[in-house]
Design a protein around this ligand. Structure first.
Ligand SMILES: Cc1ncc(COP(=O)(O)O)c(C=O)c1O
Length: 460
């Protein structure tokens, strides 16, 4: 049971937002001071525009297990986990040891090491894909996977899901966060560059289609064939993880796999967020649908910059023949490979995934219980280590329903409530929580308690 978003008093949301904003500002004076210093040299005071926050970002000092501390010595339970990278928890002893041992033996040669082979073997086992290469970020992984797909099919056009984020290179910075009225017709969505510096000519090669609608994808791909620009690949997340969490409807992924195979279009699952986070073998294992190529990053490196591309022997032929230069000075960096090996072999074990599932269940149920008791417009949703409360009176299944229904003001207020109650959450309404193996049921209960305070204050 939900009540419409309009039933919540907007003036009350504004009043609580102002109160909570002041409380957070008062608790973070050293972050403010660091920001004042940082902004004179670092553009916007941060290393990445995704770290920008008004009036200042929260600067962290350290982390251990499920906890992080900011420079004002506020201790928080970390549900942000480095945009979903730290499923191992902070400073996990196995990773600390692996990195510590490796650092004394030299950290970079631009020559292969044995750890890289072990990591590739383990990924191959988990994903059932025989060939792998390493990169240093999710963006590099999706860029190279698309290049491999293009070379393999000798085609240039690519298809992506409207609203999905796949990194910051030109191929995929297309049709992500845009005003609702610019989306265009559902059967023929617009290819819109996301931010400045992206040539329209490049964006035009990227064709967006709606999530959870295999029919629309098939019709668009067929038209691309008719227009003489057949696509090389579909790149997609099996579950969208940048509109909160949007799960695939039953049968959707199977239908996408069937139609791409039938039409001769390669399927790339971008598992930068889902991979190693929602199951040992990511979305590919969870939903039992195998793509031609998969991209990993984030959790793979246990906190070090990492990325990987996996695929079938056929698609990797263009790399092995030397047609595609899949290259990078830091690819397979020994330090990263040592961390990834320890993570895969000692941390992200079957027991770890059982623990993450149990935590997730507790958190989802706890949040849903609060929503139901207070009649909030929304629902909890998630899978594996990832989840969120989506504030929307309607279920969100794609970008259109997200833009139409999501309640931005409550979402922002809920972030402030979390931060002021010792819950470090990912800023931004599109984001979700990430659990780690170091989290406990008590950590989940603390999250739910902070959420209940919000619900109760809104109800007053
Ligand atoms: C699904 C997905 N793909 C790719 C990327 C890009 O990864 P990175 O930021 O490591 O370049 C992200 C980043 O959030 C992502 O969520």
């Amino acid at each position: 049971m939900t009540t419409p978003a309009t039933a919540i008093d907007r003036a009350r949301i504004a009043e609580l937002t102002e109160r909570e904003q002041q409380r957070l500002d008062a608790a973070t004076p050293r972050s403010q001071a660091l920001y004042e210093r940082a902004r004179t040299t670092l553009a916007g005071g941060v290393a990445s525009s995704y770290q920008v926050r008004d009036p200042w970002p929260i600067y962290l000092s350290h982390g251990l297990g499920s906890r992080v501390w900011d420079v004002d010595e506020n201790e928080m339970i970390d549900f942000h986990n480095g945009f979903g990278s730290m499923v191992q928890g902070h400073a996990h002893p196995a990773i600390v040891k692996a990195v510590g041992d490796r650092v004394k033996l030299g950290t970079h040669f631009a020559a292969p090491t044995e750890d890289g082979i072990v990591v590739a073997e383990e990924l191959s086992r988990r994903w059932g894909l025989p060939r792998w290469r390493f990169v240093n970020s999710g963006s590099e992984a999706t860029m190279d996977a698309i290049r491999i797909a293009r070379a393999s099919t000798k085609r240039e056009t690519i298809v992506k899901i409207f609203g999905s984020y796949h990194g910051h290179h030109d191929y995929v910075m297309v049709s992500i966060g845009v005003p609702y009225d610019r989306i265009g017709d559902r059967e023929d969505y617009a290819s819109l560059p996301y931010g400045g510096g992206i040539p329209q000519a490049s964006a035009d090669l990227t064709i967006p289609v709606p999530f959870n609608d295999a029919g629309a994808m098939e019709r668009r791909i067929e038209r691309l064939f008719e227009e003489g620009r057949p696509p090389a690949c579909v790149i997609m997340e099996a579950a969208m993880m940048n509109l909160g969490v949007v799960l695939p409807e039953p049968g959707y992924l199977e239908a996408v796999r069937e139609l791409t195979q039938r039409l001769g279009v390669l399927l790339i699952f971008d598992e930068v967020k889902t991979g190693l986070c929602i199951a040992a073998g990511g979305a590919t294992e969870r939903w039992g649908v195998k793509p031609d190529l998969v991209t990993l990053a984030k959790t793979l490196g246990g906190g070090l910059p990492s990325g990987a591309i996996g695929g079938s022997e056929e698609v990797f032929e263009v790399v092995e023949r030397g047609d595609v230069y899949q290259v990078g000075t830091y690819n397979g960096n020994p330090l990263t490979m040592a961390a990834a090996r320890a993570s895969l072999q000692e941390v992200l074990t079957p027991d770890a995934y059982a623990h993450l599932d149990a935590l997730e269940d507790r958190l989802l149920r706890g949040c849903q219980d609060v929503i139901d008791r207070y009649g909030l417009p929304g629902y909890s949703v998630g899978v594996g280590a990832k989840g969120c409360v989506t504030f929307s009176p309607e279920r969100i299944v794609d970008y259109e329903t997200f833009k139409e229904h999501q309640d931005v003001e409550i979402t922002e207020l809920s972030w402030l409530y979390a931060m002021n109650r010792g819950i470090f959450m990912t800023p931004g309404r599109e984001e979700e929580w990430t659990l780690s193996v170091a989290h406990t049921f008590e950590d989940c209960d603390a999250f739910v308690a902070a959420f209940e305070e919000l619900a109760s204050d809104l109800a007053r």
